[in-house]
Design a protein around this ligand. Structure first.
Ligand SMILES: [Zn+2]
Length: 277
């Protein structure tokens, strides 16, 4: 915690700021940074929503307090804005009983003995994660290793998402009168989807984590990227095309922004990550 700025120096009987520190004004704590070159007071809201005031050396405490009080509406607006944009992605432990989502529905993780029956996916053996009777079943062979479960879950979302999207793409493409591109599901960092033009009709990539979202939001991501097959960028033509297929697209996008920042992106509780992840 920074110490209080030195206020002992007096000039015209008023306390002035001569050292960096922190100051409380009307219940707000501010980090004080003094700069000899500065002539005016400046205020910044940091990423963690804390406040820093930059003040000229010798600035009177009262002048600073008045400045902060006068900026109160601005501070509220700024901190609210960053609150709205704050990412709230949960961390998971990937233990038995934990709730996971697929297409907006809740499924509990269930650790099961991995029998050697062919998996429902492609017959290449029992996949380490599968959806059976409303449970997301994880083989006991990997259940003790969150990093392996994370990878197996991401792979499961990717496969399930890919299969699901196959049935979804054609109707959307037809509705938008756009030729069907290839589909890939993988990790896209912090984007839900992307489109790359190329041979054939190009490739749409979707984030595996997007398939935790409710169906209408996954549909939005698909339609959003499909519109890029025809129009690059997000100009008026783009929104016109998307809006014809999905009139409520602006509203749905807002919902995606809101729900999307609460989606599990694969983060594990600290201490459980490893280089192999
Ligand atoms: Zn876009």
């Amino acid at each position: 915690m920074p110490k209080h700025p030195e206020q002992s120096e007096k000039r015209h009987g008023e306390p002035v700021l001569i050292e960096d520190g922190s100051l409380m004004v009307d219940g707000r704590e501010l980090r004080v940074r003094i700069s000899a070159r500065r002539r005016r007071i400046g205020l910044t809201v940091e990423r963690d929503r804390s406040l820093t005031v930059h003040v000229p050396r010798g600035c009177e405490v009262r002048r600073l307090e008045e400045f902060v009080r006068g900026s109160s509406a601005w501070i509220d607006g700024k901190t609210r804005l960053s609150e709205d944009r704050r990412q709230l992605h949960p961390v998971r432990t990937l233990q038995d009983g934990e709730i996971h989502r697929y297409l907006g529905r809740d499924y509990r993780l269930l650790v099961v003995e991995g029998e050697e029956s062919p998996g429902p996916e492609d017959g290449t053996g029992t996949p380490p994660v599968r959806l059976v009777a409303g449970r997301l079943c994880v083989n006991r062979s990997i259940a003790g290793d969150p990093v392996r479960v994370r990878k197996a879950l991401a792979d499961w979302y990717a496969r399930a998402g890919q299969r699901w999207t196959r049935g979804r793409l054609q109707p959307w493409a037809a509705r938008m009168d756009v030729p069907e591109p290839q589909i890939q599901v993988r990790d896209l960092g912090h984007r839900w989807g992307s489109y790359r033009a190329g041979p054939g009709n190009g490739v749409i990539s979707l984030h595996w984590a997007a398939f935790q979202l409710p169906i209408h939001l996954v549909d939005y991501v698909i339609a959003h990227e499909l519109a890029h097959v025809r129009i690059a960028g997000h100009g008026p033509d783009y929104w016109r095309l998307l809006g014809r297929a999905l009139p409520e697209c602006r509203q749905v996008k807002k919902e995606l922004d809101e729900l999307g920042r609460r989606v599990w992106m694969g983060d594990l509780l600290a201490g459980q990550e490893s280089d192999g992840a």
